[in-house]
Design a protein around this ligand. Structure first.
Ligand code: GLN
Length: 188
């Protein structure tokens, strides 16, 4: 299990993943392409998707990710980097691994950051604390992608096989259920 450490909220994901994994495995802080060959799964954290994308390309990490056929959990900026289409930013780099379109910073200025209780059926009945920070929205899914949660009618969590993408920041809460869901249900 690795956390991509090019930019963004890396530390929080490493800590969250360590707690979710327990003694089942190690969390590797990934800074170089060579590290990816040994992993089965990777978190792409929130941050600035343009910056993370540029650094991925600069260090050949984009190719290494695709070659390693990893399971991937993309949160916030990480979700943007998994999308086939980034609306309004068609030139921006993306891994294009999920059949979905996203719109960046889609909740508008009034609501740059907010918290909301999310209903996520795959995690059980208890609401999940969603922390949204200049969050993207998943505007469309097609093909093999499926919607796992919405907030006020807008898609904020989607899965496609071994890929999981969310608009919010699960690493910034004490609730480890989404990290555990990734490890137990999504990772191949
Ligand atoms: N809006 C940012 C982007 O598109 C993502 C924000 C975040 O990851 N908190 O890169």
């Amino acid at each position: 299990m690795g956390v991509l450490a090019l930019q963004g909220d890396v530390e929080e994901h490493v800590a969250a993943m360590r707690r979710a994994l327990g003694r089942r495995g190690e969390v590797v802080v990934v800074k170089r392409a060579e590290q990816l060959g040994e992993l089965r799964a990777l978190v792409i954290p929130g941050g600035e998707s343009t910056t993370i994308g540029l650094l991925m390309q600069k260090y050949g990490i984009d190719r290494a990710i695709l070659e390693a056929e990893l399971s991937i959990f993309g949160t916030c900026a990480g979700a943007v980097l998994l999308a086939e289409v980034i609306e309004g930013y068609e030139e921006q780099f993306s891994l294009r691994l999920m059949d979905m379109a996203v719109a960046r910073n889609a909740f508008g200025r009034q609501r740059e950051s907010f918290e909301a209780e999310l209903s996520i059926p795959v995690l059980g009945e208890k609401p999940f604390p969603g922390v949204f920070i200049r969050a993207p929205v998943i505007t469309r899914v097609w093909g093999r992608a499926e919607v796992l949660a919405e907030h006020e009618g807008r898609v904020v969590l989607a899965r496609q096989g071994r890929y999981l993408a969310c608009s919010f920041h699960p690493e910034l809460t004490g609730d480890r259920r989404l990290h555990r869901y990734f490890l137990e249900e999504v990772v191949e």
